[in-house]
Design a protein. Structure first.
Lengths: 122, 159
């Protein structure tokens, strides 16, 4: 069996955690009960419908809507949502996230920089 | 070694691990929050720049002349840092990036997009990165052009 066949026939390694009973609680938590005090960041998928859903959610929760530095492919241009892009340079990216006290990830990993930030952690 | 860049006291809420049906998560959240309609962002693409060539004017030049429905393979790296902001009100396009962080994927990515999608492709390519995968020019030399006026499906803008 070659690797391609193995990929096709083997058990799926894709872990699917959704749907799970987080939606209502999460929605409750994200509601801007104290607007201006709580900021959230978003890391959505990147086709047009996903981008638009994420922008609507961000607007409904007073969150900042962001995308990772290097998305695989993303729809852009006139009429499409305009999320902020995480900056490549670590120091600037850290400054971008410094007031974010809750980061909501959707289809993305916890963001890391390519090079270390020496003084960030003890 | 990579570093976590969110603030130390920033709470992480991961509702969509990799492999999740992102659209389903977003739809469900939007419904649960009773989110309002999408507000279409309003703005203009930059005008064609004049004067000195800088990273800003380069970004404006590309963003102001971007064809509708083009696929952009963006390996412009440091010289292309302003492109994301400049192109947000350009005609609709798809934008692909250097996902792994290791340079050299831009031209093969452009070639693959051109062959696979039959759409026009623009490669924004840093000169050093280009040198890693010049082979991409090999199989279809007639299909790659560095000129805007050409009908080639792939345009390459060295940065």
């Amino acid at each position: 069996m070659n690797s391609r066949q193995r990929l096709r026939s083997g058990p799926s390694r894709r872990v699917r955690l959704w749907p799970h009973p987080i939606s209502e609680n999460l929605a409750e938590r994200l509601k801007p009960s104290v607007p201006d005090e709580r900021h959230s960041g978003w890391w959505p998928g990147l086709d047009t419908s996903q981008l638009h859903l994420a922008q609507r959610i961000a607007a409904a929760t007073s969150s900042k809507f962001m995308v990772e530095t290097f998305p695989t492919i993303m729809e852009r241009g006139s009429g499409v949502a305009t999320p902020e892009r995480l900056i490549y340079v670590a120091e600037f990216a850290a400054a971008q996230l410094k007031d974010i006290d809750a980061l909501v990830l959707i289809g993305a990993r916890d963001p890391v920089s390519f090079s270390p930030i020496p003084t960030w952690r003890a | 070694m990579a570093s976590v860049i969110r603030a130390p006291n920033c709470e992480l809420i991961n509702v969509g691990p990799l492999g999740t049906d992102t659209s389903a998560v977003l739809s469900e959240l939007a419904d649960a929050l009773d989110a309002g309609p999408f507000a279409t962002p309003v703005g203009d693409a930059p005008s064609v720049p004049t004067g000195e060539l800088t990273t800003q004017s380069l970004a404006a030049a590309v963003a102001s002349t971007l064809p509708e429905d083009v696929v952009v393979s963006d390996e412009s790296n440091t010289a292309g840092v302003h492109f994301y902001g400049a192109s947000q009100f350009s005609p609709r396009h798809s934008w692909m990036t250097l996902t792994g962080g290791a340079i050299g994927m831009g031209l093969p990515l452009a070639l693959g997009a051109a062959v696979g999608s039959e759409r026009r492709v623009l490669a924004l390519e840093a000169d050093g990165s280009m040198m890693y995968t010049l082979q991409a020019f090999g199989p279809w030399p007639a299909r790659v052009s560095t000129s805007r006026s050409s009908d080639s499906p792939i345009g390459v803008t060295p940065c």
